[in-house]
Design a protein. Structure first.
Length: 196
């Protein structure tokens, strides 16, 4: 009974999580262990900054979409949509890693596939943040994205020239700014080690 009350308290603070058992639960546990081992290796071995951040975000997106349900009532039910979001999140990062230096060099002029992958990643990160932390953080991020795009239409003193989707994708997805900025740097290199 005390354990049940503790779990209810944690769920009230941190949100609902899936409680998969059997093969799927074991697989997700192994993914979490693989993520831990990767970060322990990265602390010891040589892993480029770009690869470390991309792989970290890929692991996080996969785990968030498979462990946090879209709504409380969908808890502990396997969802193909959640799995598709998790795999798409990983695909966006694999695409970035395989693109190498050419991928980052195109950040000022992303092609159509870059744009698709970048928009998909930003949407997935916002949804993952909503599932894991609630509506406040994604809402603030959407406000800032809207501000970046709507600059020419705003009254002074908030007016600016504005940024189109290509420029936002280039910054948010194709450089070590935006999604892969300082927060992910600290999280993937320091905080994760304390957590492990």
């Amino acid at each position: 009974e005390a354990l049940h009350k503790a779990e209810e308290f944690i769920e009230a603070e941190e949100g609902a999580t899936h409680r998969f058992k059997g093969g799927w639960g074991t697989f997700l546990g192994l993914v979490a262990v693989a993520m831990s081992l990767y970060h322990l290796y990265a602390a010891y071995g040589i892993v480029t900054t770009t690869t470390l951040r991309y792989v970290h975000v890929g692991f996080m997106l996969f785990l968030v979409f498979t462990l946090f349900p879209a709504t409380r009532r969908r808890r502990s039910r396997f969802s193909r949509i959640d799995l598709a979001c998790a795999l798409l999140g990983v695909a966006t990062l694999v695409y970035a890693i395989l693109g190498g230096d050419d991928f980052q060099d195109r950040s000022t002029m992303p092609n159509q596939l870059d744009m698709f992958m970048g928009v998909a990643l930003v949407v997935l990160v916002l949804e993952a943040a909503r599932r894991a932390t609630g509506w406040i953080m994604p809402f603030v991020c959407v406000l800032f994205l809207a501000y970046a795009m709507a600059g020419p239409y705003l009254p002074a003193p908030w007016t600016h020239r504005g940024y189109d989707v290509a420029r936002l994708v280039g910054t948010m997805y194709m450089t070590l700014e935006g999604v892969f900025g300082t927060a992910i740097d600290v999280l993937s290199s320091l905080i994760i080690l304390f957590t492990i």
